[in-house]
Write a protein that binds this ligand. Structure first.
Ligand code: CAA
Length: 286
């Protein structure tokens, strides 16, 4: 079976250690500097691992997240992905020290932050498991994922206003869709934070769990998703995400067409036959 090739070192975050102890069935992948990337069965796990900077999202860290997530996207055996951080910080935002000296022309010419959106191009579901600070770009990174599960000490916010700038990676756009205009506006204009419980009440996170149960719970949810047909899961994700972009009538039509399309798949025939025959389905992802 899977044997861990993942060595415990001083640089590992508490959560990464818990993760390691949690299963003993993880295989580490890639030689990354700022993240840990592992597979547990059908779940790809990316752990942000820049503890001294509270996982501040430098270009290097974002590049590694994109690479690891792309590897899982291309891995036929992986059905879903979890992104997490440490107990203290999911991510405390974009790397302020790296960003501070940039000029307008540099920012514009390099289309600064554009590469962050790579995450939203994946068809496999991504769960953000958030403990501690998810501020600025950290909150935006979590919102780019499909589901956010929070540990009870998680803190969400867009404090960019305090730095003389504004959210630059979807904060002003995704937050309003998640929690509505008044709450989003208050967070963006005051720089105030939301606690995990407030974030759940506002609809930003799907649920709040005890700190030490966060990663196991996120993995459990990811495993459940990964146990279904990858093809059908991708269609369901595409249909839900379409609601961000389309009018209600267009969205309903898009959903119906995708629903019709499932009838051309092996897995719809298998799923419905298995129900009628009172057996478990075997998915072929086709
Ligand atoms: N960028 C770079 N370094 C950061 C950082 C960030 N976003 N957040 C924390 N760090 C560093 C600190 O500089 C400190 O490093 P040193 O030990 O070298 O001084 C280390 O991480 C620990 O941080 P603190 O000592 O500040 O820890 P704390 O527990 O006292 O406070 C905190 C924690 C409230 C999260 C505080 O660190 C903080 O306010 N961080 C900045 C949060 C922020 O403003 N985020 C938005 C960034 S801009 C952005 O994200 C734009 C965008 O839309 C993409």
């Amino acid at each position: 079976m899977f044997k861990s090739v993942f060595r415990s070192t001083n640089s590992l975050s508490t959560i990464a250690r818990q993760q390691f102890q949690l299963n003993g069935y993880c295989t580490s992948t890639g030689g990354f500097q700022y993240i840990l990337s592992e597979k547990k069965g059908k779940v790809g796990i990316v752990t942000l691992n820049r503890p001294k900077a509270l996982n501040a999202l430098s270009d290097g860290l974002i590049g590694e997240i994109n690479t690891a997530v792309r590897q899982f996207q291309d891995d036929k055996d992986v059905g879903s992905i979890v992104i997490t951080g440490s107990e203290k910080a999911f991510a405390a935002g974009a790397d302020i020290k790296e960003m501070a000296p940039k000029t307008l022309s540099e920012a514009y010419n390099t289309n600064m932050l554009a590469q962050w959106h790579d995450l939203t191009k994946m068809s496999k579901p991504i769960i953000a498991a958030v403990n501690g600070y998810a501020l600025g770009g950290g909150c935006e990174l979590a919102m780019m994922c499909d589901i956010i599960i929070a540990g009870e000490k998680a803190v969400f916010g867009q404090p960019e206003i305090k730095l003389g700038t504004i959210p630059g990676c979807g904060g002003t756009q995704r937050l309003i869709r998640a929690i509505g205009k008044s709450k989003a506006m208050e967070l963006v204009l005051t720089g105030n934070n939301l606690t995990a419980v407030e974030a759940e009440k506002a609809g930003l996170v799907s649920r709040v769990v005890p700190v030490e149960e966060l990663l196991p719970e996120a993995i459990k949810t990811a495993e459940k998703i990964a146990s279904y047909s990858q093809l059908t899961v991708a269609m369901a994700k595409e249909a839900v995400n379409a609601s961000y972009e389309l009018t209600l009538a267009e969205g309903i039509r898009f959903e119906r067409r995708l629903f019709h399309a499932t009838f051309g798949t092996h897995d719809q025939k298998e799923g419905m036959s298995a129900f009628v025959e009172k057996r478990n389905p075997t998915w072929h992802n086709q």
